[in-house]
Structures are given as structure tokens and as C-alpha cells.
Design a protein around this ligand. Structure first.
Ligand SMILES: Cc1cc2nc3c(=O)[nH]c(=O)nc-3n(C[C@H](O)[C@H](O)[C@H](O)COP(=O)(O)O)c2cc1C
Length: 168
């Protein structure tokens, strides 16, 4: 069984950080050793058995540091199981249409390595955490609220744990 898992996330206003932490707690509860780190803080991945990369989405793209991280460790992750998750407002409702759109965001990661799991999660819009300019641009157009479905996040982490357990 794979033991040591890195969850490397990229976040601007903290909601992806909390999702990464919840996935980490779930995996720990299932017997894994987990470290949860911002992608910017990761200097090596050699001692992990598996990598989970998570990113917020902004302006139809993964955060740029997510791809910098994936490209930096592109070679090394070829030899380890990886899983990806994104946190975005597109997934505020889990429908076929929203999944189709969210899958487009995650495509650059899929091109780096085929994952053992992909999580598409609703995010959180908190105007108080945005700069003045975004607040003006979004007000009245983008709904404020927390659309993270913690049960879906925990279920995903639980089924990922099962998959990781089976990887040789
Ligand atoms: C400036 C800005 C741009 C965003 N662009 C998108 C987008 O293109 N597609 C989407 O689904 N969500 C978009 N979102 C919603 C975020 O993905 C969502 O709020 C997410 O929870 C933010 O994660 P974070 O708190 O970890 O930064 C955007 C949010 C902001 C503030």
C-alpha cells in the first residue's frame, strides 16, 4: 500500500486550501501519512508515494503556480500515481454541463500525466476577500456564497484512498 501522500494546492482566497486540508484529514483517517502544502512551498516530491494536485480556477484557467508545479515535477510524477482536483464556481451545481466545462479547466494537467482520480468541486465566492476591482466587476453578476459540497469532497477522498490502496 502507498503510504505517504502529498497534497499540493494552489489557492488565492483560501477555499481550495480548506478543501485540500479536508481531503488530507480524510486520507489520514484512513491510515495514510499526508502532508498538505501550497505548491509554492514544495521543494521536493521524491519521498512521497503519491501526489494530489489541487487548484482554484480563475478566468477559465488553473492558477499559474499549479502548472508551474506540475511542469517542474513533470518527470518525477510519471513514476507515481497522481490525482487532480479543482475548486471553481462552475461546479456550484454538479450537472453534466458544469462537469464538461470544469473538465476543460483541468485539461492542462491531464496532458502532463493521466491521473488515478479527478475531483471537480464547487468553490466559494467571498467578496470581502477580493480586491476592489474584482468586487466592482463581479457585483450583481457572480453569486456570493460557499458552494463546497463537503460530503462530495469526503466521498471523493475516500474512493481515492481505495484506488491508492490498490496501486502496486
Ligand atoms: C477573479 C476570479 C476569477 C474566477 N474565475 C473563475 C472561472 O473562470 N471559472 C470558475 O468556475 N470559477 C471562477 N472563479 C471562482 C473561483 O474558482 C472560486 O471562488 C474558488 O473557490 C476560489 O478558490 P480559492 O479561494 O482557493 O482562491 C473565479 C474567482 C475569482 C475571484
Amino acid at each position: 500500500m502507498l503510504k505517504k501522500i502529498l497534497i499540493a494546492y494552489a489557492s488565492r482566497t483560501g477555499s481550495t486550501t480548506e478543501v485540500a486540508e479536508r481531503i488530507g484529514e480524510t486520507l489520514k483517517g484512513l491510515g495514510f501519512e499526508v502532508e498538505v502544502k501550497n505548491v509554492k512551498e514544495v521543494t521536493t516530491i521524491s519521498h512521497y508515494d503519491g501526489i494530489i494536485i489541487g487548484s482554484a480556477v480563475r478566468m477559465f484557467k488553473l492558477l499559474p503556480e499549479t502548472m508551474r508545479f506540475a511542469n517542474r515535477f513533470r518527470k518525477e510524477i510519471q513514476n507515481k500515481p497522481v490525482a487532480y482536483f479543482i475548486v471553481c464556481l462552475t461546479m456550484q451545481e454538479d450537472t453534466e454541463k458544469s462537469r464538461t466545462q470544469a473538465k476543460k479547466y483541468i485539461k492542462p494537467l491531464l496532458e502532463i500525466k493521466e491521473p488515478v482520480g479527478v475531483g471537480l468541486f464547487g468553490g466559494k465566492m467571498d467578496y470581502s476577500k477580493l480586491s476592489f476591482i474584482w468586487r466592482i466587476l463581479f457585483k450583481g453578476k457572480i453569486p456570493e456564497g460557499d458552494f463546497r459540497d463537503w460530503n462530495a469532497i469526503i466521498d471523493w477522498a475516500t474512493s481515492l484512498a481505495e484506488t491508492l490502496t490498490k496501486v502496486e
